[in-house]
Design a protein around this ligand. Structure first.
Ligand SMILES: Cc1cc2nc3c(=O)[nH]c(=O)nc-3n(C[C@H](O)[C@H](O)[C@H](O)COP(=O)(O)OP(=O)(O)OC[C@H]3O[C@@H](n4cnc5c(N)ncnc54)[C@H](O)[C@@H]3O)c2cc1C
Length: 372
């Protein structure tokens, strides 16, 4: 490894869950690896607008420390504006993304990955066999590039890759509302996440949510971007629901942040030694917007594709290998969910049928067994 001349086998752009896992796996397999991250990653990482919900299996799989968990969740309450409520049991965790993402980045650093934070990719070009990446601080060189820089990926934009379709982008607004533990326990329940639906009266294609952290309520709203007329007004409609008003009474706004979620795949996931992983590739559950585990897995699969194809001397199969392992593991289901999403949000009747099925079944089961 020659970190002084800034040459690496693999450059990872972005230290989100996808980038950190990709970098860790790469380094563990002997590749010199560097992560370029535009934000400063202090002890608690950087702020990221997110509900912060994790399935309990993921918490266990990565041995995520309990003292970094804000709340352990036991149920999901689904409220429809028509007045119908549905309840889904299941264990999960709510975390702060800064802390969670930094935990994964630290695992990569422990494996020997180099991190260059506070450095933003400003250009990328292929020069001979290698990519030359320019940041506000300098230049880096590598054979492979992992684009893990999120939905608006500058890496892929500069390389001229196609962007998502408008109907595959959700505009979200997040507000972090400082409250108290006792008020949250009283209004939301100590171990409950609340989701709000209503095509006619609330959100045409999407939903809103209240995620309890220890002393903060993460208030979120998301709607398909090309259907949004006035996001602030639409968000206000949600805040004015009686239940939401009561829960937020006396709380103080600490952060306000819009962000995008891709809910359909980018038309291209691989090209010329560059891999789109996580949100950069649109590898997200199109119904729930859950993306953390898929970002992590796609990062791992990208590196495994490199390892496998190098070993077999079949570098012309890199893209095929990457997409095949995504498909085998979960992408087929996400693609089916993208189709199902249009049906679910076609009208309130379909939506309520889905919500009532969701009480008892996993959404993948509803879609793959055609229960809708
Ligand atoms: C409001 C909201 C709520 C969500 N809630 C959940 C949830 O509860 N559970 C769940 O599983 N998923 C949730 N998601 C989805 C989840 O946040 C994403 O799927 C996940 O963060 C994707 O990880 P990633 O590593 O691909 O990208 P990101 O986490 O977006 O990381 C990208 C990184 O790249 C860096 N970067 C960007 N541009 C550059 C550049 N030019 N140079 C260098 N670095 C750069 C960024 O600073 C960032 O650190 C939510 C998303 C939103 C918007």
């Amino acid at each position: 490894m020659n970190s002084i001349s800034n040459e690496f086998d693999i450059l990872v752009i972005g230290a989100g869950p996808g980038g950190s896992v990709a970098a860790k796996v790469a380094r563990e397999n002997g590749y010199s690896t560097c992560i370029i991250e535009k934000e400063h990653l202090g002890e608690n990482g950087r702020y990221k607008a997110c509900g912060g919900a994790l399935a309990w299996e993921l918490v266990e799989e990565i041995d995520y420390p309990e003292d970094k968990i804000e709340r352990i969740i036991e149920s999901l309450e689904l409220h429809h504006t028509d007045g119908d409520d549905y309840s889904k049991k299941g264990k999960g965790a709510v975390i702060w993304r800064g802390i969670f993402d930094k935990f994964l980045t630290d695992m990569a650093l422990d494996a020997g990955v180099i991190l260059r934070d506070r450095e933003m990719l400003t250009n990328i070009e292929k020069k001979g066999e290698k990519y030359c990446i320019t940041t506000n601080e300098g230049k880096y060189w590598s054979k492979y590039v992992i684009a893990a820089d999120g939905v608006t990926s500058k890496t892929l934009k500069i390389l001229g890759w196609p962007y998502f379709k408008q109907e595959d982008i959700i505009l979200t607004i997040t507000k972090e509302m400082k409250s108290t533990n006792s008020k949250i326990n009283k209004e939301l329940g100590k171990d409950t996440v609340h989701l709000f639906f209503g095509i006619k009266d609330l959100i045409s294609v999407g939903y809103a949510w209240l995620f309890p952290k220890m002393e903060t309520i993460t208030v979120g709203w998301g709607n398909q971007i090309n259907l949004v007329k006035n996001s602030r007004e639409e968000f206000k409609k949600f805040e004015n629901l009686q239940f939401v008003k009561g829960a937020l009474e006396g709380s103080k706004l600490e952060i306000f942040k819009p962000h995008l979620i891709p809910v359909g795949l980018r038309p291209k996931l691989y090209g010329d030694n560059v891999f789109a992983i996580g949100d950069a590739g649109g590898i997200v559950d199109p119904i729930s917007g859950k993306g953390i585990p898929y970002a992590m897995m796609s990062g791992k699969f990208a590196i495994e594709a490199i390892i496998k194809c190098e070993k077999r001397d079949k570098l012309n199969k890199l893209g095929l290998e990457y997409e095949r392992s995504l498909d085998r593991n979960f992408l087929k289901v996400l693609k089916a969910k993208r189709v199902a999403r249009d049906k679910i949000f076609q009208n309130d009747e379909n939506l309520k049928k889905f919500l009532s099925l969701w009480e008892e079944h996993r959404s993948s089961e509803i879609v793959m067994k055609n229960l809708l």
